[in-house]
Design a protein around this ligand. Structure first.
Ligand code: F6P
Length: 326
């Protein structure tokens, strides 16, 4: 490889900057030129490439977001859009591509690398942790810590007022963030998309807790949990309130604060390792793969598997939450 391009795509995640830094510096270390693409695939189509030197990634290891900006690009979903991106990249002399993003970004990367002769490697960056083939995605650990510290604060006020809080947590269709943050914050119940929690069960659970005179209850609700599409967490809280008018219920939707902030030490190390691994993979003639870490070892997972295979949440944690919140 002589000249490599790196971009961030889809929803941003804390630690993306660390991955960019690692890609840029590993490439330079091996004598490869690097360009950054602004705003993901949109920048490839718009011809927005910027040369990246080692000093261009100074002082970004602790910064959330992505210095390259990011976008979800509709045009890249079309064959015509990808062809324009390819022509622009070729004209720049780019002969390899690193895509930092989630499953939507890898779908684009997969098609692009099948259609054209620019080998592409992906680095998993999303707070959702919903990519098969890596134990953790970049940003997930930071988001977990953000949620836990937010819920700690909610707990203070919940206890003071003896309230029940429904806290909505991100994660798209997956419950990773909700499940682990629920354990980490001592939640009384956790609703995730992977498990149907019939309303009766939730009622029964709330009943137990109130009988047990807990001074506060936190119910973590994943945004993708069953029934959330029909009215969301507010509707759920309303329904519970109708059945238990004696409960003082509040709702808190954590929202995009979960995507920001300085990356945790764990995410910084992960992103550094994966950034290096992506460049090394390209130098070893790998393509159409996502680099990940499984059991402390770098893995190379075909895009197809990373996107299509289902990564399972650890359902034992649900039982654990039940045991530990008596
Ligand atoms: O994929 C990351 C994520 O934050 C999801 O958890 C959430 O569903 C979605 O992105 C929100 O997207 P947007 O930034 O477009 O509101």
């Amino acid at each position: 490889i002589k000249k490599l391009a790196v971009l961030t795509s889809g929803g941003d995640a804390p630690g993306m900057n660390v991955a960019i830094r690692a890609v840029v510096r590993t490439a330079i270390y091996h004598g490869i030129e690097v360009v950054g693409v602004m705003e993901g695939y949109a920048g490839m189509i718009r011809n927005d490439f910027r040369p990246m030197k080692s000093r261009d990634v100074s002082d970004i290891i602790s910064k959330g977001g992505t210095i390259l900006k990011t976008a979800r690009c509709e045009e890249f979903r079309t064959k015509e859009g990808r062809a324009i991106a390819y022509e622009n990249a070729k004209a720049q002399g780019i002969d390899a591509l690193v895509v930092i993003g989630g499953d939507g970004s890898f779908q684009g990367a997969k098609l692009f690398s099948e259609e054209f002769d620019i080998p592409t490697v992906g680095i998993p960056g999303t707070i959702d942790n919903d990519l098969f083939g890596t134990d953790s995605t970049i940003g997930y650990d930071t988001a977990l810590n953000t949620v836990v510290s937010a819920v700690d604060k909610i707990r203070d006020t919940a206890t003071s007022h003896k309230r029940v809080f429904f806290v909505e947590v991100m994660g798209r269709d997956a419950g990773f963030l909700a499940l682990r943050s629920g354990i980490g914050s001592g939640a009384e119940a956790i609703l995730i998309p992977e498990v149907q929690t019939p309303y009766d069960k939730l009622k029964q659970f709330l009943n137990d807790k109130t009988k047990g005179h807990k001074s506060s209850s936190i119910v973590i609700v994943a945004e993708g949990a069953e029934g959330m599409k029909e009215g969301g967490v507010f509707k759920l809280a309303e329904r519970v309130n109708e059945d238990y008018p004696e409960l003082d219920i509040r709702v808190s939707v954590l929202g995009h604060m979960q995507r920001g902030g300085a990356p945790s030490a764990f995410d910084r190390v992960l992103a550094s390792q994966l950034g290096e691994a992506a460049v090394v993979a390209l130098m070893d003639d790998q393509q159409s793969v996502m680099v990940g870490i499984q059991n402390n070892k770098i893995s190379h997972v075909p895009f197809n598997q990373a996107i299509k295979n289902k990564k399972n949440v650890n359902l034992d944690l649900l039982k654990l939450a039940e045991i530990l919140s008596i």
